[in-house]
Ligand binder design. Structure first.
Ligand SMILES: CC1=C(CCC(=O)O)c2cc3nc(cc4[nH]c(cc5[nH]c(cc1n2)c(C)c5CCC(=O)O)c(CCC(=O)O)c4C)C(CCC(=O)O)=C3C
Ligand SMILES: [Fe+2]
Length: 387
């Protein structure tokens, strides 16, 4: 390594210390079926103990069967894995990258076991969710704790596992989403483009889960989940306004509602929102799936199939903007976040990049962050039973 590297500022990622003390990055995702025979067992994995009505499961199974029983999410994770490895190689960040899922192969437990066999001792985790919530954060931490417990029972020496901070307000996440909106606007008929409404969408969750999302001080109506999405949506809407010179109306709405009908979930649903937009005379809309990092089944079915069909019935022109996927600015953001956290662990004070009003998110989930209905051990947080 050259002298220039040794002399560099640790915060810009080019320090000779690199990613130390970490010796591996773990990409942790949801997982999805890769053929018709996988669909039912996959759905059983997802919904075990979650009280999802049978009819809802049958309905969601049909969404997957319509796409040949294949969810795009695993292919997208493989692409992200390759893109992050390339990003690290180009920036001389010497950190192996592994991939494991919550609900389908490669299962987290198998990946973590392989990491231990490879001698990895300090693992940093990147989850494919940018926001605080039980489903997008604590549940992954519970999965890590469960995997660690299994490895402990197998007599293996446990690695220390940390998790990266939420990245919804990182410029490397916001900028590609804004570009995606501009590209989607360009596909709308010119006559309705300037009047197009921006409908930011994310996964609905039970209202009670939203209200208790994030650290205890963020709890309250909508919690950190809604506050973070609103901050990200506002940033994107502002970037689009600056770039087009047009001030468009925007709103945060929800999709992919599940659970029994008597339990309240975040609303309005995107389809109801499109109807309301049409009723109030909006000439067009762009659906912006800001809650997701890749174009997986929730995007392909709930937006591109269902919501797009509803808009066609209404005669409302709509376009759907792209998720960040493997945009180079997003993979660069991942590298920056990894090097930032590594520097913090070494006791340095790196720059902590964040846009918007909320500032950089916490590095370690505090006690009481996104509590579960039924408490379970969770790793990579202040309440972790593992060191
Ligand atoms: C907040 C959130 C995210 C975003 C953060 C993140 O990305 O993690 C997310 C992502 C995803 N959700 C996904 C799939 C499913 N989610 C379900 C059910 C549920 N999701 C919930 C929340 C979230 N989910 C909740 C509260 C439930 C109810 C059951 C429970 O309380 O746990 C069900 C069961 C059937 C149904 O009821 O829909 C399925 C099949 C896929 C894979 C897509 C693919 O295959 O391409 C992905 C990326
Ligand atoms: Fe989900």
């Amino acid at each position: 390594m050259s002298d220039a590297f040794d002399a560099a500022d640790p915060a810009d990622g080019s320090s000779s210390a690199g990613a130390r003390p970490y010796d591996a990055l773990l990409l942790l995702s949801f997982g999805g079926p890769e053929g018709p025979d996988d669909v039912v067992p996959f759905l059983e994995n997802v919904t075990r103990g979650r009280g999802i009505p049978r009819e809802r499961l049958a309905e969601v199974g049909e969404h997957y069967f319509q796409f040949g029983g294949v969810s795009p999410i695993n292919a997208q994770c493989r692409q992200l894995l390759e893109a992050v490895r390339k990003e690290f190689a180009e920036a001389a960040v010497d950190l192996p990258v592994y991939w494991g899922n919550r609900n389908w192969t490669p299962y987290l437990i198998d990946t973590l076991r392989e990491m231990v066999h490879d001698g990895r001792r300090r693992v940093l985790t990147l989850v494919t969710s940018a926001y605080a919530s039980y489903s997008g954060c604590r549940q992954y931490r519970e999965n890590l704790a469960e995997a660690l417990a299994t490895l402990e029972a197998e007599g293996l020496e446990l690695p220390r596992v940390d998790k990266l901070r939420h990245y919804f307000n990182h410029p490397g996440f916001i900028a590609p989403v804004a570009d995606g909106v501009l590209a989607a606007l360009a596909t709308l008929p010119a006559a309705v483009r300037d009047g197009a409404h921006l409908a930011f969408t994310t996964h609905s969750v039970p209202v009670s889960a939203a209200d208790t999302s994030g650290p205890p001080e963020a709890h309250g109506e909508g919690g950190a989940y809604v506050a973070q999405h609103l901050d990200a949506a506002r940033l994107v809407a502002e970037a689009v306004r600056e770039r087009t010179g047009v001030d468009r109306s925007w709103e945060l709405v929800y999709q992919s509602r599940s659970g029994p009908p008597q339990v309240p979930w975040l609303e309005p649903d995107i389809c109801d929102h499109l109807e309301a937009l049409h009723a109030r005379g909006a000439p067009a809309a762009v659906m912006v799936p800001i809650g997701f990092v890749s174009d997986h089944m929730e995007v392909l079915y709930d937006l591109d199939t269902e919501a797009t069909a509803r808009a066609a019935e209404l005669g409302l022109p709509v376009a759907r903007s792209a998720t960040v996927g493997t945009d180079p600015r997003f993979t660069a953001a991942i590298r920056e976040l990894v090097l930032e956290r590594a520097a913090l662990e070494r006791g340095a004070q790196p720059e902590r990049c964040a846009l918007g009003m909320l500032g950089p998110s916490h590095d370690v989930c505090p006690v009481g962050c996104c509590p579960a209905r039924t408490p379970k051990p969770a790793a990579a947080g202040a309440d972790s039973p593992y060191p």
